[in-house]
Ligand binder design. Sequence first.
Ligand SMILES: Cc1cc2nc3c(=O)[nH]c(=O)nc-3n(C[C@H](O)[C@H](O)[C@H](O)COP(=O)(O)OP(=O)(O)OC[C@H]3O[C@@H](n4cnc5c(N)ncnc54)[C@H](O)[C@@H]3O)c2cc1C
Ligand code: FES
Length: 289
Amino acid sequence: MTTFSTAPSASERRNLYTPHKMRIVKATDEAPGVRTFQLQFVDSEVGARFSFEAGQFGEYSVYGEGESTFCIASSPTRTGYIECTFRQAGRVTSALADRQEGDIIGFRGPYGNTFPVERWEGKNVLFIAGGIALPPVRCVIWNVLDLRDRYRDVSIIYGARTVADLVYKHELAEWDQRSDVNLWVTVDPGGQTPEWTGKVGFVPAIVEEVRPRPADTIAVLCGPPIMIKLTLPVLAKLGFAPEQIYTTLENRMKCGVGKCGRCNVGKVFVCKDGPVFTLAQLNELPPEY
Ligand SMILES: Cc1cc2nc3c(=O)[nH]c(=O)nc-3n(C[C@H](O)[C@H](O)[C@H](O)COP(=O)(O)OP(=O)(O)OC[C@H]3O[C@@H](n4cnc5c(N)ncnc54)[C@H](O)[C@@H]3O)c2cc1C
Ligand code: FES
């Protein structure tokens, strides 16, 4: 007689909300109040099974404080670790900011949809980011640069309020040195230092000045709402169609997996259907958005 075990497997026993333990192997201060953690799974078997794609996010937790949602800021082409970059905003991010190399934090994920980088192969890719919104874009930038021969021109326009507020300063310098990347870094008027040799001006003005060509180009646009609002008309004027423009939303989240209803806009769950959307998709969302 054949017998079937009805005992749940280890993965079935695992509660959806139970975080995995991750060790902070490297902590980097990027800018005032902004830190990057490089994280490795404490359980190496979990680490070996883990995979994600550009655009996905996770829930990062500190015991006794709660969870915060951050994108995975490292590229899926680089395995064995993930990175997140966060700004100290409130309770959980302050507790995270106090953690040091060697400390353990919690992680659930990866969640959400992805940037369709494979569909973009053979095209130009234009990245436009402002302030602390570079982390979700950085993930895709490295993904594209690690597979550089699959894409045509790669251009990056990045702005921050001041020179001190620029994140990933070493990587900006590295991209600046590369002959296969066009990079413009700008700071808001008044945010420059005497040594600053980059641009001065708001991101939409720099996009207008650079005049990227829309033909065969995908634009990835992430930044504060005012930057997005003022950059979209510039892209439209240059001839970019809503289907060519991608962004990632940061609606407040709780579960991250489509169960709590915290993040939805109409019938769309940003945590499951997003966070990556084209402008054409956002234009279809209910007017309250
Ligand atoms: C998909 C997604 C990806 C994100 N990626 C990043 C990232 O890579 N790096 C990063 O620094 N932040 C990111 N965020 C925002 C981040 O989740 C919040 O800043 C963080 O959870 C605040 O937690 P807290 O407990 O410290 O703050 P709280 O004590 O909860 O709040 C402090 C302040 O932050 C505001 N706040 C909290 N959450 C958000 C939010 N989602 N959007 C706007 N304001 C908010 C609150 O209104 C309040 O004013 C992301 C959010 C989402 C949904
Ligand atoms: S965060 Fe719970 S449904 Fe999206």
